[in-house]
Design a protein around this ligand. Sequence first.
Ligand SMILES: Cc1ncc(COP(=O)(O)O)c(C=O)c1O
Length: 385
Amino acid sequence: MHEHIPLSIPHVSGEEMKYMKQAIDTNWVAPLGPNVDEMERLAMEFTGAAAALATNSGTAAIHLSLAALDIGQGDTVFCQSFTFAASANPIVYQGATPVFIDSEPDTWNMSPQALQRALHDAAAKEKLPKAVIVVHLYGQSAKMAELQALTDRYGVPIIEDAAESLGATYHGKQTGTIGKAGIFSFNGNKIITTSGGGMLVSDDIAFIEKARKLSTQAKEQAPYYLHESIGFNYRMSNVSAGIGIAQFGVLPKRILTKRFIFDYYSKHLVSNTAIQMHSEFTGTYNNYWLTTLTLDVNPHDVMQAMARHNIETRLLWKPMHTQPCFAGCAFYAHEVNETSISEQLFATGLCLPSTTSLTESDLAHVVATLNTAVQAIQEKREIEV
Ligand SMILES: Cc1ncc(COP(=O)(O)O)c(C=O)c1O
């Protein structure tokens, strides 16, 4: 049996201990310190954003962005339905109501035509959303110009959930720096990691400073503990930030490796007509955090067959408007009265192992196993029919 091939695990650079040791040797073992400052500087330098706030998760960064926009009870926030639950959960933490927007088939991200209908209806009811959360899933940028033209018309800010897309660009601009604010995740499965952490970026320095205050229990400038508003404990640890500094050093290399992995799979799966690769959309540069594809056979059967050969694959995200915890929330499909794009993707899609430390021999094993699995499922289906 071939060794286990995981979907996406951390890939250390070898420099992590240096910065973690520095933190311990200098007693900076706190949710602040020189490593945290350096992480914020690196995030600004890499993305070009004017301001950055390091947090203890990407989810915390989304939550802070909504809190800093004063979103609360009675407000609505539009959110891409095809995503991980962490994009939408902070809307509910703030007591606001999510309205879910479908994807379009090119990028798999927010559908401009669904957003247009949702904004039109909200304006007619005089209940515009306080924000729109657009996600750049799997490292593929959304169609930002089309989405922004709509949100600008109604004066609604965009929060970019770039948790999965650090280093991916839209017409040369880094994802996460196009809307009002953007967030990144440094969770263990992401392109670079701090073991657990996140980053909020924006060109609005005052906005980031407001979020910074909220992230440290909203302490006021006073000689005693004074709190005029409710805050959170969301800062990144200086020890974790040490891991992140080392990881930032290898980010350009990691992006190239993720792109190599996608190219390898594409090249070697091209003759399999039951497989459609999800390639980067014109004008965008994908970090290919995960290689994704759609299949003409049931992806659940393929996932199980791959697992029997010790290879971890994963179904695409189950859309938020189909999740029991969001039952009753409004949803706008790409096309009225048709099965949504996000549901079609969930029913047909799969993520392939994309860890940057995989060898070419691992990738060849994934390709061979996938081809065999798909063929076996197709033949079984033909026999059953
Ligand atoms: C699309 C998306 N949004 C948000 C998050 C949340 O990030 P974190 O796990 O750092 O809280 C993740 C990843 O976990 C994600 O994939």
